[in-house]
Design a protein around this ligand. Structure first.
Ligand SMILES: Cc1cc2nc3c(=O)[nH]c(=O)nc-3n(C[C@H](O)[C@H](O)[C@H](O)COP(=O)(O)OP(=O)(O)OC[C@H]3O[C@@H](n4cnc5c(N)ncnc54)[C@H](O)[C@@H]3O)c2cc1C
Length: 489
C-alpha cells in the first residue's frame, strides 16, 4: 500500500531523510524545495514501507487506504504532482552534517527563543557538537508560534512541539523561561556566560499600512486574533469583541485564512481542540455572520497556499462566495486548473450588495482588487473604506483584522535592519560568537519545516567559528548565570 502526504505537512524533510527509495519530493537539493509549502509522495515509486510516516513530526503521512473524509483528496493531490515527471529520480550527492572536531572544547551556547527555529537549532547542536546549551524565552511556556501561532484547529501541526520537547529534556540543555533578553538580561551579559549566542527570536511585530484610523478599537492584527484563540497571555480574554455581523480581514495569506476559518467554524467543531476557553465561549456567542477577505490584487495573486485553501474550502463547504467586483469571476473562469485563481473555479460569483447587512448562513466573501484606504469610526471601527482607482466605498464592519505580514523587532546591543525587519547576517552569522536563525534571520516567511535547513546553516557557521577558534571566551559559569537571573526577576 503506497503512502500519501496530507495538508498538515510541515516540509521539514524528516521523511525524505528516511525514505529508502527517494520517492518524496521536492528534496532539499531540488530547486522548488525553497518555495514549496509541502512535500509529495510519488505513488509510482513508493514501496509502502511506512518509514516516512514514522519520521513525520506532524502526523501528516498516511497509507492511502486510511485517507478518509477531508483527507481523501490527498491521494490524488500526491499523484497529480508527478503526472508529468518521469518515474525515476537520480539520487543527489550524500550530505553529512558538519560536526565539531573532537579535540575542540565543548562550547557554552545560549539559544534565545523556543520556537521551531530554536528547536531545530538545538537538535542540530546536540547532534553535531558537545555544546552545553542554555535555552531562554520571554514566555513562560516554550514553543513560540507552535504554541501561540499555529491555529488551534491544526492539532497535528502543533504536535511538532513534542519532537522539540525531547531535546529540552537532554542533560546538556537547561531552560530559563520568563526571561526576556533586552529587559531582564542584556546581550553583553549573555556573552559573558556563553561562548556563542544564537538568536531565534522570530518576528513578533506586525506590519502596518499607515492608514487613518488604523489603531481604532476593533482593529487588530490577524495573528493577534489567532494568539487570542491560542490563549496567549499578552492577549486579554476580553481583547476581542465579536458583536458585529461583519469582519473584514485585510490580506489573504494563510494567517488570514486561519482567522477566517476560526471565526466561521461551528464552535462545537473547535471544542475538542486546544482553543482557549475564553475564545471558545466568545465564538459560541459571536454575532459574526460574514467574514470578508480583502485583497488589493486579483485572484491570480492570492497569497494562501493550496493546502490551506483546500482545508478551508472543506470546512466551509457551500459557504464561500467570490464578490464579482473588478472582474474576479472572469479571471477565475479563465485561470488554468491548479493555478491560484483556478482553485476558486467551483465557487459562486455574486455581485455582493454591500449596502445590505449580511443575511443567511455564516459565510466567507472573497473580494479582490480593492485597496484599504481608511478605517472609519469614532470610538470604534464602523467600516473599512476601500478604493480601486475608479472610486471608493465603505464596507460596514465592526472588526478589521490586518494580515499584511510580520516583522522582527530590535533587540538592544544587536544590529537591526529597519527596512527588512531582520537581524543582518551572513548565512546566520551576525559576527563570530553571535548568530541568528528562523524568522529573525530570513524575515517572516515560510512554515515550520523551513526552519530546519535554516538552523543547520546557522549551526554550521557556529561550528566553523568554533573550529577556527573564533568564539569569544566566557569567563562566567552557569552558577553565576542562575544567580544573575534570580537577581533580575
Ligand atoms: C498566526 C500564525 C500561524 C502559523 N501557522 C503555521 C502552520 O499552521 N504551519 C506552519 O508550518 N507554519 C505556520 N506558521 C509559521 C511558523 O509559525 C513560523 O515558520 C515559525 O514559528 C518561525 O519560527 P521562529 O522560531 O523563527 O519564531 P517564533 O516561533 O516566533 O519563536 C520565537 C521565540 O522567541 C521568543 N522571544 C522573542 N523575543 C525574545 C526576547 N527578547 N527574549 C527572549 N525570548 C524572546 C518568543 O517568545 C518565541 O518563543 C504560522 C505563523 C503565524 C504567525
Amino acid at each position: 500500500m503506497t503512502y500519501a502526504i496530507t495538508q498538515s505537512c510541515c516540509a521539514d524533510a524528516s521523511c525524505i531523510s528516511v525514505c529508502p527509495v527517494n520517492c518524496i519530493h521536492p528534496t532539499p537539493d531540488e530547486p522548488d524545495f525553497g518555495t514549496t509549502d509541502r512535500l509529495y509522495i510519488d505513488p509510482r515509486a513508493c514501496i509502502g514501507c511506512g518509514a516516512c510516516a514514522d519520521a513525520c513530526p506532524v502526523d501528516a503521512v498516511f497509507p492511502i487506504d486510511k485517507l478518509t473524509g477531508e483527507l481523501s483528496v490527498h491521494a490524488e493531490i500526491n499523484r497529480e504532482r508527478f503526472s508529468e515527471i518521469p518515474a525515476s529520480y537520480p539520487w543527489g550527492q550524500p550530505q553529512f552534517p558538519r560536526s565539531l572536531p573532537t579535540d575542540a572544547a565543548a562550547p557554552k551556547v545560549a539559544v534565545v527563543g523556543t520556537g521551531p527555529a530554536a528547536g531545530y537549532a538545538v537538535q542540530s547542536l546536540l547532534r553535531s557538537t558537545d555544546a552545553e546549551i542554555t535555552l531562554i524565552d520571554r514566555m513562560t511556556t516554550p514553543g513560540g508560534l507552535i504554541k501561540f501561532g499555529v491555529a488551534p484547529d491544526h492539532p497535528s501541526t502543533k504536535q511538532i512541539e513534542h519532537t522539540f520537547a525531547t531535546s529540552y529534556k537532554h542533560p546538556r540543555v537547561r531552560m530559563h523561561l520568563g526571561v526576556e533578553v533586552g529587559r531582564h538580561i542584556s546581550h553583553a551579559e549573555l556573552t559573558e556566560h556563553h561562548n556563542a549566542v544564537i538568536y531565534a527570536v522570530g518576528a513578533p511585530g506586525h506590519r502596518t499600512l499607515g492608514l487613518p484610523g488604523e489603531d481604532l478599537p476593533g482593529t487588530l492584527a490577524a495573528r493577534e486574533f489567532v494568539a487570542w484563540c491560542n490563549g496567549h497571555p499578552d492577549m486579554a480574554a476580553d481583547a476581542v469583541e465579536l458583536s458585529s455581523e461583519r469582519v473584514v480581514i485585510v490580506g489573504n495569506g494563510n494567517v488570514a485564512l486561519d482567522a477566517a476559518r476560526l471565526l466561521l467554524s461551528d464552535p462545537d467543531e473547535l471544542a475538542g481542540t486546544p482553543i482557549a476557553e475564553h475564545a471558545l465561549a466568545a465564538l459560541r456567542k459571536s454575532k459574526v455572520r460574514e467574514v470578508v477577505l480583502l485583497a488589493r490584487r486579483g485572484p491570480e495573486h492570492a497569497a494562501y497556499t493550496r493546502s490551506e485553501w483546500i482545508g478551508i474550502q472543506q470546512r466551509l463547504a457551500g459557504r464561500i462566495v467570490v464578490d464579482g467586483h473588478g472582474g474576479a469571476g472572469e479571471v477565475i473562469a479563465a485561470a488554468a486548473e491548479g493555478s491560484t485563481a483556478g482553485l476558486l473555479r467551483d465557487l459562486p460569483v455574486e455581485d455582493v450588495d454591500w449596502d445590505r447587512a449580511p443575511a443567511g448562513d455564516r459565510r466567507l466573501v472573497l473580494r479582490f482588487s480593492s485597496a484599504p484606504a481608511e478605517v472609519v469610526g469614532d470610538a470604534q471601527v464602523r467600516a473599512l473604506r476601500v478604493g480601486d482607482g475608479s472610486g471608493s466605498r465603505d464596507l460596514d464592519a465592526g472588526m478589521v483584522l490586518w494580515s499584511v505580514g510580520s516583522r522582527g523587532v530590535r533587540i538592544p546591543q544587536l544590529p537591526f535592519d529597519e527596512a527588512s525587519g531582520v537581524i543582518p547576517n551572513e548565512a546566520g552569522r551576525v559576527q563570530p560568537g553571535t548568530y541568528v536563525v528562523g524568522w529573525a534571520k530570513r524575515g517572516a516567511a515560510g512554515g515550520i519545516g523551513a526552519n530546519r535547513a535554516c538552523a543547520a546553516e546557522t549551526v554550521d557557521a557556529l561550528i566553523d567559528d568554533a573550529a577556527a577558534g573564533r568564539l569569544h571566551a566566557a569567563p562566567k559559569n552557569a552558577k553565576s548565570f542562575n544567580k544573575l537571573l534570580r537577581s533580575r526577576k
